[in-house]
Design a protein. Structure first.
Lengths: 322, 322
């Protein structure tokens, strides 16, 4: 059995990013002069040759003294940068220069930091290459819960067992639905989409029952690289008669567990680590984990809410909506 | 009207603490070799003379090269450190060496970091001196809410107007109850105590209706000094018939406001800044503030959950309580 702090620390496993960049000789990936990610020196080398060109021009300005990678000046807007990036990645994939690109996803992830763009998007990057550039990525995680009709208390949570065929964390436990926010999709729309695709939750149920409750943020290192991640966390209240169904092959089965049992599975290390973080956040927000029963309460919270030093998205919605 | 981000940033106003210590020539207050606070050079000077002694021995080992202040070796446990600290502060108060001590509170704040103590407490310090040592302090903030009996939706929140006679933030809006956790009191017990003292909330109502929902953390600079603060945040559901009453002179009046109105008051700058943070956290957790209506959503969250590089408390409760 692990403590929740051990699990949280193993997910938010990257220390001070400035120290990591220095110690490992990483290159800063800069957009508009601000940090947008960090790259291994070997990955940067691949961008220097012909593969790093688009229409015979170098897409990136690389400084080996300062250890920085940024777009060449002619890549001055989101559209140009995205097209140039796509061409470079297509060539690197063809040449098998980055192993990560063997798992091409056909899904674009945004990098923020261009105030001239309505969405603050500077460039969209194929998801498989997000690890190489070390960009901050965004996703949604959904806690599917059921409340007692009498008392209104949370009776338990639906958990998914990931398919044994998933390339990452096969067979581990997961939220009822979760996924990356790609292709510039909205946050709430991404949640509704994942609910439908992964668990067969009808749009009406997701729309009526889901409430955004904040985020978890962590900086993790996996076999794929450094990943600063922000997950928007939803609590989804489902009716007693509803039973989720695996839909897209990502999930093997669903199980409804009391919160005690969910916590027990977390401590046994059965959850994918960032999903365990999402459970811990749920238990904190709902007053189940407290300083009275969890000595590491404050240290766990620091891991759940790691500030990330990268530009964040802004929305196009009017600020006055509320 | 201010944006919530501006308000949050004005509360979590201290940047990287290492840079601040360096730039301002502060002394590190170390306990067990770890950072427990930071002190202005002028305050350290006052500890060097006779006032810094207890039973004719220097209480602190001060290194002007390294810019560190720590307890002398003979102050080897919580009891000795606390007695020595009390003697030093009593003398500084008598000599009027630190202006902060004119507002002596007769309330002890814990500093953590001694694993040999059951509570991890290294020393207890008079609250008025917490600013001089720059220690991390802890409090409770209570969101007093009412739900619709029909839909269960949150109808609004009780807010307190601080007495015009309060030494800090007179006349500003506040939570229904809030206060520092002193004298080694438990977190939940402190919440129940503040509910009774500040708003006349009977113990039974507080015990039955209050749910801990996490923390807000920030690092603020006030006229008094640098203050790293952790506030445990409770949501307290109150029955429709209950009306809070000012009890101890800290509150002038209470008012029940819809969440829209609460947010409007936040944006007008009518709330004490850390109370505004507590409101923002409530609105995030309850899905009222979202990325769809608040472009600064993620930046606000980073300010609400500032990690603090100081030892945290552990409790004596068994880890297995859940």
């Amino acid at each position: 059995m692990k403590s929740i702090l051990e699990i949280a620390a193993s997910c938010n496993s990257v220390g001070d990013i400035e120290e990591v960049i220095e110690r490992e000789g990483l290159y800063r990936f800069l957009v508009g002069g601000a940090l947008a990610g960090q790259m291994a020196a070997g990955d940067v080398t691949a961008l220097k040759g012909a593969a790093g060109q688009f229409n015979s021009r170098a897409v990136f300005a690389i400084d080996d003294t300062q250890h920085t990678v940024q777009f060449s000046e002619w890549c001055g807007d989101r559209t140009t940068r995205t097209a140039a990036m796509a061409a470079v990645l297509a060539r690197l994939r063809k040449e098998d220069a980055w192993a990560s690109l063997r798992k091409w996803r056909n899904e674009l992830y945004p990098v923020y930091g261009d105030a001239s763009d309505a969405d603050n998007v500077a460039v969209m990057i194929e998801r498989a290459a997000s690890y190489n550039f070390g960009i901050r990525t965004y996703g949604v995680h959904v806690n599917g819960i059921r409340r007692s009709e009498g008392t209104g208390a949370v009776e338990g949570m639906w958990v998914a067992r990931r398919s044994p065929n998933k390339p990452t964390w096969p067979g581990f436990l997961d939220q009822i639905a979760a996924g990356g926010i790609g292709d510039g999709a909205g946050v709430r729309e991404s949640m509704i989409k994942e609910c439908g695709e992964e668990a067969g939750i009808p749009r009406e149920l997701a729309e009526a029952g889901a409430r955004l409750a904040g985020t978890i943020q962590y900086f993790t290192r996996s076999a794929l690289g450094l990943q600063p991640e922000t997950q928007y966390v939803y609590d989804l209240e489902l009716p007693a008669h509803f039973v989720p169904e695996p839909r897209d092959g990502e999930v093997e089965s669903f199980e409804f567990l009391s919160l005690d049992k969910v916590l027990d599975r977390v401590r046994r290390g059965e959850f994918k680590p960032n999903c365990a973080m999402c459970v811990a956040d749920f238990l904190v927000r709902h007053g189940v984990l407290t300083p009275e029963n969890e000595p590491d309460y404050l240290a766990i919270l620091d891991h759940l809410h790691r500030p990330l030093p990268y530009s964040a998205p802004t929305t196009v919605s009017p600020r006055s909506a509320l």
